[in-house]
Design a protein around this ligand. Structure first.
Ligand code: AMP
Length: 374
């Protein structure tokens, strides 16, 4: 049942990271109150929340407390305990449900759902053991990528196998979980579509972003993606198909590969606002965070519109000092820092969004700034 949540009521967020913080900031603009469940005291979201519950994400008492103080509950990351979330759906209003988290927590169920939605994925096999992988790998051939079904992110928990002799490199992955092996996709670009849907089935996609990774971590998102119009249209259609199939409420980020011929292969899903959608805060008439809040609060969604081509660059621990020293040089850069105390190497500390009429000149400006050495 879709319910409308009004300003003055409280939105509970599981997870206190930057995604929760940006959701909270968007919600506070409309006058909502925020409660956050997060084990650390001084979290990015905790800093802007009205109520902080400091406990583990799967702590039953803490979840009950969150249910007590919240009129609606959402989450900012997918690796929450499924059973805990499911119990929460019984005692609180969780319009996103728990099913989406169950499906996207595991590459096996995630891939099956994408296929059931009628969307293209790379050929793949599921292997419970290394021996099963060895027995099945010829169905996929080489090169291929072996990924743990659970717990991988930013390139962790995966192994590229170029030739048959590389197989033993994948053996260690099975210590973590069941694995899938999928054909290596000779992509020309990586793109993502943020699709958002409310309980009434209203569905909108943000403009397609082109993602550039460095050492498996998102470095830049360029919008609009530099791909053919037809490819962009197909990308949005595929994302909407998945959203409908999953009866999405809230936000789903769909990561995709673009092939030489303009075709698309779906890589993976994230059931939450996504790093590659941060540009929407400045560059669109609605940010992914505001739209997410509208979706979970049962409000009508707004059709996204891009004000200007844009580039979003991530600020990792090693980039913070050079960036803050350069603020006076770049009045057009929107600087976002998430309030994390410790600037560890490769930790996501913030991002910069630049709206520009000339992507190439701005890409060069970013490079020449020296803040992000290769
Ligand atoms: P993932 O954790 O699945 O997003 O993978 C991390 C990165 O590894 C992707 O962004 C791609 O750059 C690369 N990758 C993953 N799967 C494949 C594949 N099947 N073929 C080629 N590259 C891949």
């Amino acid at each position: 049942m879709t319910k409308m949540i009004y300003p003055g009521q409280t939105i509970g967020i599981i997870g206190g990271g930057q995604l929760g913080r940006m959701m909270a900031v968007a919600a506070k603009e409309a006058g909502f109150k925020i409660a956050v469940l997060e084990p650390s005291m001084d979290s990015p979201c905790g800093q802007v929340a009205d109520i902080r519950i400091v406990a583990q994400y799967n702590d039953a008492t803490a979840l009950e407390e969150l249910a007590e103080v919240s009129d609606v509950i959402t989450y900012e990351f997918e690796n929450i305990d499924y059973e805990g979330l499911k119990r929460l759906t019984e005692i609180a209003y969780v319009p996103q449900g728990a099913e989406l988290v169950r499906i996207t927590q595991n590459r096996v169920t995630e891939k099956a759902a994408i296929v059931e939605a009628g969307c293209p994925v790379a050929p793949y096999v599921v292997a419970e053991t290394y021996e099963e992988l060895v027995a099945k790998i010829d169905e996929i051939g080489f090169p291929c990528v072996v990924k743990t079904a659970r717990g991988g992110y930013d390139g962790k928990g995966q192994q590229l196998l170029k030739i048959k002799e590389d197989l033993p490199l994948a053996e260690a992955l099975f210590a973590h979980s069941v694995c899938i092996a999928e054909g290596f996709v000779p992509f020309t670009k990586e793109i993502s579509v943020i699709v958002q849907r409310n309980g009434n089935g209203e569905t909108f996609c943000l403009p397609v972003g082109e993602n550039i990774h460095v050492h498996h971590i998102l470095h830049e998102t360029i919008v609009p993606a530099r791909i053919a119009e037809q490819t962009a249209a197909q990308a949005e259609q595929e994302a909407a198909k998945i959203a409908d199939h999953l009866e999405l409420v809230g936000t789903l980020a769909v990561e995709m590969f673009v092939l030489e011929d303009g075709g698309i292969v779906i890589n993976e899903l994230a059931p939450r606002p996504h790093n590659s959608g941060h540009y929407s805060i400045e560059a669109c008439n609605i940010s992914q965070f505001t739209q997410h809040i509208r979706a979970v609060c049962g409000w009508p969604l707004r059709k996204p519109k891009l004000w200007s081509p844009s580039i979003m660059v991530n600020v990792l621990g090693q980039h913070v000092v050079p960036l803050t020293n350069s603020i006076s040089k770049y009045p057009d850069w929107s600087v976002h820092l998430y309030g994390k105390a410790e600037a560890k190497v490769n930790r996501k500390m913030g991002h910069v969004t630049i709206m520009t009429d000339d992507l190439n000149t701005t890409l060069k400006q970013i490079k020449d700034s020296g803040i992000w050495p290769e």
